[in-house]
Write a protein that binds this ligand. Structure first.
Ligand code: FAD
Length: 554
């Protein structure tokens, strides 16, 4: 790159994650380029991700969320930032944008050699009667409005059980409010599969949050909401957190190509269908392993902003597929995922090998070890990792990040065995939970037959016997209906009782039953091991029973 190839004028629409990342990187690459950022909100470079935590008082000072000011950006980077200034249209012919100052109404045009679009996304407000009475949380103005109402409100309905819904619900509880969480899907956190998401429901209820799954809001009233089921939930305030839509108006009106995933189509250099216009962040499509996708996450917006700046300056860039690695904290439990979940892969008709495990986050003999719920989804033909989910109180971020890194590096599930991960008893185990997934995968590659938690009942109907190889004490604390107790240490003495049967074996997490399955298989008995054991079966069954109970109580 040389200063001579630097564009004279770069205009950037949107002054937060993707926009500011592009702007500051550009300045580091070129002192001569005139960089102008238009931001229709009141602040640039604010921490959207921190908003819920100021609502709950976890981040006590509002000012902590404002990371930069136009003045500071001018001084440090010589970037001209115009806040409360909206770009209203793009004229690709003359390479100008029309701009309107939102407070004064003053309008003018600005010329560009290169235009970067990072207009983000907007919260969806569904077209329901009374929806205008509800609150959203997307920027600092939204946060101020929400906090003003929360000063006197005692109760809230939060509609939507994704990231923002969960974060808002928790933080309103921190403020002492009573909260009901309403979700249209049969689970919280749609990025997870149903059995993995159940722990979030349990954690909500332990903390006094009422969860209403498979419920749609029909109307926002003066007293709360009315549900499609006919129930009314009283609340002093209603928060809509039902997802976001990319801000595409500018791009669409300018005739830029909108891609199959519904975002601004970009090439590997984040360049749109117009060679003078780049697009990054929530509004732009992301390259995925299979086609394009929309992934509204801060890390990708920042990375792609930097790469767009590089590409504008003629520096070769990479565009590695995005996996959507994400995490949410909810009353002490963390839920993280990367890649595709089982539900999406099923919809795509993809073959998959599914592995559940429940290792503890660090050595059991060291205090405060906490159980993790892990799920790994593997392509059975290539052994490549298609996705992973981890839920638990501790060590979740580390495990999902290791798996995400392995995925990005193109490692196979069996390669997880060989990862040499830091270990001392307070941090992990000599066989780290990630290594364990690799070992389990290796057993499966070697031919171990398994079944999933939701396949047990159908197998039983076809005559399969279920053997619980746990101890009598464990069995007395809860069993799979119809399961017969065959404690592992006694199973060799009882083989004659099993000959000629088809059997499912299970223990608590699938490890002892793996040993039982090996014994039975070598005796010529047809056997399948219940993947993830009783714990996974229990999570999945509770999740589905909860729904049945809710439906019958309506
Ligand atoms: P933004 O950062 O939203 O910036 C877009 C800006 O463009 C906006 O400020 C908007 O006002 C401005 N704009 C739009 N149109 C125009 C126009 N015509 N003219 C001028 N300006 C315009 N992601 C994570 O990875 N982890 C998290 O924990 C996380 N938590 C979040 C919590 C909340 C409450 C929210 C709202 C988002 C969270 N995100 C999180 C998502 C993350 O913030 C976004 O993915 C990221 O900010 C997207 O960057 P962007 O540049 O595309 O859009």
């Amino acid at each position: 790159m040389s200063e001579t190839s630097a564009p004279e004028k770069v205009v950037i629409v949107g002054g937060v994650a993707g926009g500011m990342s592009t702007a500051t990187r550009l300045r580091r690459l070129s002192e001569s380029t005139q960089i102008t950022v238009f931001e229709r909100g009141g602040e640039v470079s604010f921490a959207n991700c921190g908003l819920p935590y100021h609502v709950g008082g976890v981040i006590p000072h509002r000012s902590s969320l404002v990371l930069q000011t136009p003045g500071a950006l001018k001084n440090r980077f010589n970037i001209d930032v115009h806040v409360r200034t909206e770009v209203t249209s793009i004229d690709r012919e003359s390479k100008t944008v029309s701009v309107r100052e939102t407070e004064t109404g003053h309008e003018y045009t600005a010329a560009y050699d290169v235009l970067v679009l990072s207009p983000g996304s907007s919260p969806i407000k569904p077209p329901l009667p009374g929806v205008e009475k509800s609150y959203v949380l997307w920027n600092l103005d939204d946060m101020d409005r929400m906090m003003e109402r929360a000063e006197t409100a005692q109760s809230a309905v939060v509609v939507g059980g994704g990231f923002i819904g969960l974060e808002v619900a928790e933080n309103l509880v921190h403020r002492g409010m009573s909260v009901t969480l309403v979700e249209a899907l049969p689970q919280l956190m749609p990025l997870l599969d149903v059995e993995m998401a159940w722990l979030l429901v349990e954690r909500a209820e332990v903390n006094g949050v009422q969860v209403r799954l498979s419920e749609k809001v029909d109307e926002v009233t003066d007293n709360g909401v009315t549900l499609a089921s006919g129930d009314a939930i009283d609340a002093d305030m209603v928060v809509m957190a039902v997802g976001a839509k990319p801000n595409l108006e500018l791009a669409r009106d300018a005739g830029l190509e909108i891609g199959p995933a519904g975002g601004i189509a970009v090439d590997d250099n984040h360049r749109s269908s117009d060679p003078h216009i780049w697009a990054v962040g929530d509004a732009a499509e992301k390259k995925r392993d299979s086609g394009a996708g929309m992934i509204p996450l801060a890390g990708l917006a920042n990375r792609h902003g930097r790469y767009a700046a590089d590409a504008i300056m003629g520096i070769p860039t990479r565009n590695t597929p995005a996996h959507g690695t994400s995490i949410v904290g909810f009353f002490g439990v963390a839920a993280a995922s990367t890649g595709y979940n089982e539900r999406v892969l099923r919809e795509q008709g993809r073959a998959m090998r599914i592995i559940h495990a429940h290792p503890i986050d660090h050595a059991g003999y060291y205090p405060d070890a906490a159980q993790l719920a892990m799920k790994l989804i593997v392509d059975p033909d290539t052994d490549l990792i298609l996705g992973a989910q981890v839920v638990g109180d501790d060590g979740v971020d580390k495990r999902i990040d290791v798996i995400a890194t392995a995925m990005q590096a193109g490692m196979t599930a069996t390669d997880l065995i060989d990862l040499e991960l830091a270990y001392a008893p307070q941090f992990g185990s000599a066989k780290d939970p990630v290594n364990m997934l690799g070992y389990i995968n290796d057993n499966r590659v070697a031919g171990q037959q398994t079944l999933q938690w939701h396949e047990v009942a159908d197998h039983q109907a076809e005559g399969w016997r279920v053997l619980d190889v746990r101890t009598p004490f464990e069995n007395s604390r809860g069993q799979i209906p119809g399961a017969e107790l065959y404690e592992l240490d006694t199973i060799r003495e009882r083989l004659d009782e099993l000959r000629g049967s088809k059997v499912i074996v299970h223990c608590r997490v699938g490890q002892r039953s793996h040993t039982a399955a090996s014994i039975l298989r070598q005796e010529g008995i047809e056997v399948k091991n219940l993947d993830g054991g009783y714990l996974t079966w229990q999570l999945g069954t509770r999740a589905t029973e909860h729904l049945t109970q809710e439906a019958s109580s309506r």
